[in-house]
Each structure stands twice: as structure tokens, then as C-alpha cells.
Design a protein around this ligand. Structure first.
Ligand code: ADE
Ligand code: ZN
Ligand code: ZN
Length: 236
């Protein structure tokens, strides 16, 4: 996601933290919000020190395979990155600085795991090489989903977070069940549907928003609800 998508994910998660997790997070982040730190992993991307983190924002799996039956990338991927974030946060020996760093990354990676094009195929680099038009402008499918649909909706991240469908406690529990490996397969169902309904060079606009913006919002909501559940389990 772009900044708004990540911040909305963080803001949604804030609503569902338990007391203990909220306190542990406030301590690790020196009072900064999850929404604020959610974009940190992108902010450091251009720094050569953190080059190796690039492939950790996504995972590519052929549509006819699953993550566990496909050889994992040696450069790392979003699933391995999330494993590492969780292990560091649970560790008895990691320093506060290491935990704070991995927490910032975790907030971001759980967001990206729910951007369907971050769980796409390597052939077109997760839609980065899938050229389309967004209204009159030339762009690619990845960017449409990262930011252009969200921008055209015209809401701030906090407005987006506040305008999600209401969920009962039971619905949230169902939504957050499983692990990040299950959440990946869930996102892959969405990306397969997107590929089944989008062609190279297609002009996307009002109709695409009508067909897919609720899907996008649902992905943001799942990201926030699942991030909160994971943080409650790891830090709560
Ligand atoms: N960003 C850069 N390369 C990517 C890929 N292969 N899949 C998803 N997102 C990407
Ligand atoms: Zn992206
Ligand atoms: Zn990212």
C-alpha cells in the first residue's frame, strides 16, 4: 500500500488492542501511534543500508501453487520477514531498539500482506509490469491498488479507518483466525480474482471502483483486525 493504506491499517488495529499490548507498544514506540510508524519500512527503503529489505514487502507464488509447495525466495519474502518480526518481539534477549525496529516493520508487512498485488506473480513483478490506464493516465495495476483507488476515494486514513463495516466480536475473531500463512492464501484468492477480471491496457475508473473498492476496503479492515490480534497475542 501507499501511505494512506498503511496508516488506515494501523489506525484500525489501534481500535482493537488489549490493555497489555497497548502498553507494551506505547513503551516500545515511545508513544508513537501504529498509524505513524506504519510507513517506516518504506521510508528506509531508499537507504542503501536497508536494500536487502526490498523483497520482504511481498511474495510471489504461481497461481497454481501454494506458498508451502513453492520454493521460497532466498532473498527473503514477506512471510519470512513476518516470522522474524514475531520471533524478535517474543525474544527474551533482543534489546528494546531491536524490538521497536521489528515492531515498526511488522505493522507495515501485515499491511502489505493484505495488498493483493503484493501476493501476486513474479512474471509481471506483482503487477508493476502490468500496464493499464487509471482514467486518462497511464499507470500499472500495482500502483492502482497501492494508492490510486484509495486516492480517488478521497478520504484521509482516519476517515477510512472510521468508515469500515461494523464487525461483532465474533466476526473479528473469525477474521483473525489462523496465521499469516493463512492470511496470505486469503489475499491470493483476491489477486487471482483481480487477474481473472483485468486485461493489459484496460481503462480502469468509475466502474472498477464500483466493482472493487469494497474489496479493497475489506482488505484494509482484515489487515487492521489481524494486526491487532497478532499484537495482542505476541505482546498482550
Ligand atoms: N514490488 C517490486 N517487485 C515486486 C514483486 N515481484 N511483487 C510484488 N511487489 C513488488
Ligand atoms: Zn506496493
Ligand atoms: Zn511496503
Amino acid at each position: 500500500w501507499g501511505k494512506t493504506g498503511h496508516r488506515a491499517t494501523g489506525a484500525i488495529a489501534e481500535q482493537y488492542l488489549n490493555k497489555k499490548a497497548r502498553k507494551a507498544i506505547a513503551q516500545l514506540l515511545d508513544g508513537e501511534s501504529l498509524a505513524l510508524v506504519s510507513t517506516y519500512a518504506d521510508d528506509i527503503k531508499s537507504d542503501t543500508l536497508y536494500r536487502a529489505y526490498g523483497p520482504q514487502h511481498y511474495v510471489n507464488v504461481p497461481f497454481d501453487k501454494t506458498y508451502d509447495t513453492h520454493p521460497h525466495s532466498e532473498k527473503g519474502d514477506i512471510i519470512q520477514a513476518i516470522d522474524h518480526c514475531i520471533a524478535t518481539l517474543k525474544s527474551d534477549t533482543a534489546t528494546k531498539e531491536e524490538k521497536a525496529f521489528q515492531l515498526r516493520l511488522l505493522v507495515h508487512f501485515i499491511g502489505d500482506l493484505h495488498q493483493p498485488l503484493h501476493t501476486g506473480i513474479s512474471e509481471d513483478k506483482g503487477g508493476n509490469d502490468f500496464q493499464v490506464r487509471w482514467y486518462r493516465d497511464g499507470t500499472n495495476l500495482h500502483r492502482v491498488w497501492d494508492s490510486q483507488m484509495i486516492e480517488s476515494y478521497g478520504m484521509s486514513y482516519s476517515e477510512l479507518a472510521m468508515n469500515m463495516p461494523q464487525l461483532s466480536k465474533k466476526e473479528r475473531k473469525t477474521m483473525a483466525s489462523g496465521t499469516h500463512r493463512d492470511w496470505l492464501e486469503d489475499s491470493r484468492i483476491v489477486v487471482k480474482d483481480i487477474y481473472a477480471n483485468t486485461t493489459v491496457g484496460q481503462k480502469l475508473g468509475y466502474r472498477y471502483m464500483y466493482d472493487y473498492f469494497d474489496v479493497l476496503k475489506g482488505q484494509l479492515q482484515k489487515g487492521g483486525v489481524r494486526l491487532a490480534a497478532l499484537l495482542n497475542e505476541v505482546l498482550g
